[in-house]
Structures are given as C-alpha cells and as structure tokens.
Write a protein that binds this ligand. Sequence first.
Ligand code: GLA
Length: 729
Amino acid sequence: MIPIRVFALATLAICSAAASVRYVPESKTFFLETAHTSYVFGVNENGALQNIYWGGKVTRTADFSPAHTVDNHASFESREGQSPEEYPGWGGMQYAEPCLKVTFGDGVRDLALRYVSHELGPETVTVRLKDIGYNFLVDVVYQVFPANDIIRRQVRIANQTGQPATLESAQSAVWYLPPGEGYRLSYLTGRWAGETQLTREPIHTGRKVLESRRGTTSHEANPWFAIDAGGAADEEHGRVWFGALGWSGAWKLVVEQTPHGRVSVTGGYNDFDFAYQLQPGESLDTPPFYAGYSDGGFGESSRILHRFLRERILPDRASPHPRPVLYNSWEATAFDVNEAGQTALAKKAAKLGVELFVMDDGWFGQRNDDHRGLGDWYVNPQKFPNGLGGLIDAVNKLGMKFGLWVEPEMVNPDSDLYRKHPDWAMNFPGRPRTEGRNQLILNMARDDVKEHIFGVLDRLLTQNRIAFLKWDMNRNFSEPGWPEVAPAAQKQIWVKYVNNVYAIIDRLREKHPGVEIESCSGGGGRVDLGMLRRVDEVWTSDNTEAFDRLRIQDGFSAVYAPKVMMAWVTDVPNMNGRSTPLKFRFLVAMMGSLGIGANLNHWSDDDLSFASQMIAHYKAIRETVQQGRLYRLASPREGTFTANEYLSEDGRQAVLFAFLQAQQLLRPAPVVCLRGLDPEAVYRIRTIDDKLVDSRDNTSGAALMNRGIGLRLGGDFDGTMLVFERVDR
Ligand code: GLA
C-alpha cells in the first residue's frame, strides 16, 4: 500500500547527481535513472505532468528542454490532447486512451489533473495531482530499481470531494515510446493447455487491446508487452521497451498509435464492467506496472525481468534458494488417492532423489471426481482413516517434505459448504449460476467468505506438517454479482476479490513462514507479477507433453524466470497422443523447476535408474538454471532445432540444452555458438551422453562462442545437455 503522507509543497532540494531520482526546480523536471536507462518527465506550462523521455541513459540535465505542450496545429485536436501526459484524465479534447475516467457526484464527467506537490525519496518520487476544480487527488508513484533497470509505477486515487465519485477506468500508468516509426509489438496469448504463445506484429495506427475479462490473469493473454524499434530487434541486438503488470484479476493493456504517430502502452484494471465507487474520503490503489528498456534485444530484456523477479519480487528475494525437485500425484492417480497408494508412490519418488512429495486433488470431502467436494476441506475418512498424519510421517521419514493441493476459491454445488451457504457463490439473484468444471466461484470479495477460507487453510497448516500448497483455481468468473451490497458498489467485486485472495495468502505466509506456495489455475492461468510476489512458483501448463512444452516454455521465458516455471516429466502417450523418449521429456523439464508427474508404478527398473541419474544431473546444474542468465540460442518457434543456454551469475558454469525435434533429409543439427562466456577463459566440458562431436575436454570461451560446437543429434525428439565449467588458470 502506498502510505498517504502530508505533502510538503515542492521542495527546492536537488539531490546529488548520483541519486536515482532527481528534481530540477528551474525546469520543473524529474529525472529517474537506473544503471542503463533514463526516464524523464516534467510539469508543463499548464501545470500538467508530461513525459519527456524514456530510453537509454542520458545523464546531462541540459540535454532536455522543459515539458511543454506539443506545438502542432491540427484541426479537431487540442495541444493538450496531443501532449504525452504522464497520467491523463479523461477530459477536454482527450481522444487517446485515458488513465482515469471519473463521474463525479454531481454528474460531471470531466477531469483535468494538475501538479500540486511532490515528495522525493532516494529511489521514489510521488507526484500529487489534483483536478482543476474538485478536491479529487491522484498520487502518481514512481519507484526506481537502479541495479535492476526497472521502474515501477502505480497510483492512489483519493476522493476528497465530499460526494461519491465513480471511477470508470483506473489505469496504473501509460508508457510513451520515443517519437518514431516502425515500432513492433511482442505479446503472449494462449488458451488452456496452450499458454504463452509469442506473437510479434507491427504497430499501426489504432488500438490493440490485450486483456483478461475473466476475473483472473487468464490463459488467454499474459499482462506483458515488449516493443522494439524499427521492428529490428532479435535475441542479441536492438532497442526494446518492455513492461509487465502485477495484477491477478481482470486487466487490460492498450497499445496505441495515435493518428499523429504517438505510440504508448496504457495498463491497469480492465475497465470492462468496471465502476468503482469511492465514497468521500475513500481511495483506490491501482496495481503496480513495471517497465524497462534495453538495447540488448529480446534476450537481455528477458534477463532483466528474470533477475528483477528473483531479486525484487519473489517471496525468497532476500535470500534466494533453489526450488526442490518435486513429485506430484495428479497424472498418476487423479482422484483415486489413499494412504497406501500415495505412500507407495512416495517410496519410489524418494529413491529417485525427489525432495518434495505433493498429493494433488482427491484427498478431501467426498471428492471422488470433479463433480463434488470442493469447499469441504476436511480429510476424507475412507481414503485417509488416520488423517493425513500417516502419509506425512511416511513422506518425511523418506527424507521428503510434504505438499498438498487445494482450490480454496471454489465450491461444487454438491458439497456441504454450498448446501449451507448457497449465497456465498458469486451470483445474480434469480439468474442462472453457470458451472465450469461443475463448480461455482465463492465470492471472495465478501469478508465473511475471506475469513472462512483463511480459517480453513490456517487449520490445515496448523494441524499438519505441510511444507507446500499447490493453490489452484479451475475456472473463470461468470455472473459476477454481489447482491449483499448496494448496486453501486457491486462492481467492486473485480478488485476486492483479488485483494482478498492476496490478503489470505499474505496472512497465511506470515503465520506459517515455512510454507511455500505454487500458483496454478488449470495450468498457467494465474501467472503474473502480482501473484509471484506471494508464491514461489507457478504451474506452467496442464499440457505436460514435452514437444508442446518447448513452445509454451519459450513464451513463458520472455517474462518469467526459469526458477518459477514448474515442469514435470510425465507418461506417454500424452494427452495429445504423442510419445517422446524419457530422456527428451527429462531434458525439457530440466530447463525449469523440475518435477515428476508420472505413475512411477508403471516405470521399468531401467526407467527408474535413468530417472535417478537425470535428477542427479539436474541437482548439479539447477542453481545455474534457476538463478542464472538465460540465452535463447534457437527458438522452437522457428524450426526443428531448439537450444537454450543458462549461465551462472558468477560465469563459472554454463549449461546447454539442445533438441532436435524432427530431423529431415538427414540434415545435421546446426552448430551451436554459446553466449556470455569469457573469451579468454578455458572451460571443461562435461557430457551426459555421446552427442558432442568434438570430444576435446577443454575449450576456450572464444572458441565456444565463435566456432561453436557440433552435436550429433538425429531422428525425432533427440536431445542433450552439456555442462561447461570454467577452469581456473
Ligand atoms: C487443475 C490443475 C492440475 C490438477 C487438477 C486437479 O487442472 O492444473 O494440475 O491439479 O486441477 O483437479
């Protein structure tokens, strides 16, 4: 939450040149700096806050003119409407996407925000804006992460007018690209079992809307954008501006090029079905919107985001630790879980080197299939006559931690909870309650529902030695009614639902600090920087088929670090009928946070012994995969060959994964040139098979990066992993 403070009128203090945030009073200009970027804005002659520059670092104050409205005569436009306001309200001749649209208590729908004051911190600046007439305030908050090359923006909107005011659009920020032409947009869309598919397309005049109207982040699109100059960037080169929204509810990004050629991205709460009424004295915070710039192409942009996620967002950001290798029972046993069966699987998993054993759906209430039981979070006495204690003890004795699946936000109509509290489900009175996967959504915006769910989970964690929760959400909103509150307040459900889910997780983590959480929503339906602030990893996709996973994981890696990308090795044929070799499945899953999701009872001794070896290989390189720098050397979107390199932060270890999905015409796999090594250093190469063509032990960084290495990959779904250890001279 942004602290509301008493705002002193603009101080005259100019911070030292080294500060990341500076204000120059003579020109009324704010300078935000990170290690490699600058962001400049100022107060123009009308008192409006206006963008001046965003891009590569420019430190010389004198290189920037003060903010001034655009001097471009165009009939049917105003100068103000053409000027890049930092936080434009909808009012006057404003035809571009506004950040804020308000209806005041007296029916007026015009907003003109002007600078009042600001407050500087070492890495923050909060600028207070106020409407020209009403006592209606917006605090625009900027936070700079200098070492991470990221700027975060967010606002607090406060109604001090003495009458209710209704917000019809409340965005977090608009980011302006420098004037220019030929910009290209990259974005991620998908669907269930086909998340995070990357598209790149030129930006033309008009608006491109990326959004979720589903109440959650969604599989449909992910709240991230990247825009490159001239459509010329690639993995290694080119100027790229990028951003990601931290919100797990309905969101919207509008990528816009105005008729006069100005390009921007506006993002925040989705304004579809949105009306947030603020009573006098009330305020609303918008979600954080993070953004950055790099001249190192898409590869460097992703690495900046990965590092930022690890160092500034994730719950373990203060002291990062590796993700454990986990086993999950879902694809093996589905709802058919019991103490004997799970213990048998746990014994096999432990032998492989698994560190965390997770029991998925089916352990509670009358949950024998997906038609019943959700909401009844008591242990099923037929399946677990001794409670969960027996299984947890067995798992712990085997040297593993125990994790459990929950889906707290949902209820099946066939459940004790629903029979007792039918009103707790989201609904419009007298209207159908549409079921998805035979379930309804609890109205988490209600505080009584929130308290109930917190109590249930708190008890579960207090009574059992649970180290990990897989927190699922298996449908999206429908009929988002909230009949218990006044009609004018009902649409707040879109915001309050999410904030209450956040509040439950935050409270649970505070009370049970040892417990880690995975966010799941039928796969990757709730992956965003808002959720990742409070969970340790995410379930990437219900599609665990390794060939499909290559593309899902490639798109995922545009934004999110491999560390949080949960990837299981599962059985074949997979849901799409495809069978790939066990080695291929392992190698694909080892590019993220490794898990096993197969029915180990069906594995041969050879499979089990191969799996133990692969898990041991993984443990030797996981620090580099999870915490290192990812170089996407060959994309599965572009051909039949995929290669990813992970380089440890200290540069001492590099790991190469290479895959030939389908060999054609006996073409050999391409030579792979590594990146980011020290050309002068010598690296010892460790192989896990005989795929390396030149079996020399030691090779210089220069040779690995320039001459490259040949790989003996052939046939279908072949793959290998190589490890390069720097040899001290
Ligand atoms: C969702 C999850 C799966 C599994 C099932 C259980 O589909 O994505 O991994 O947990 O629910 O019902």
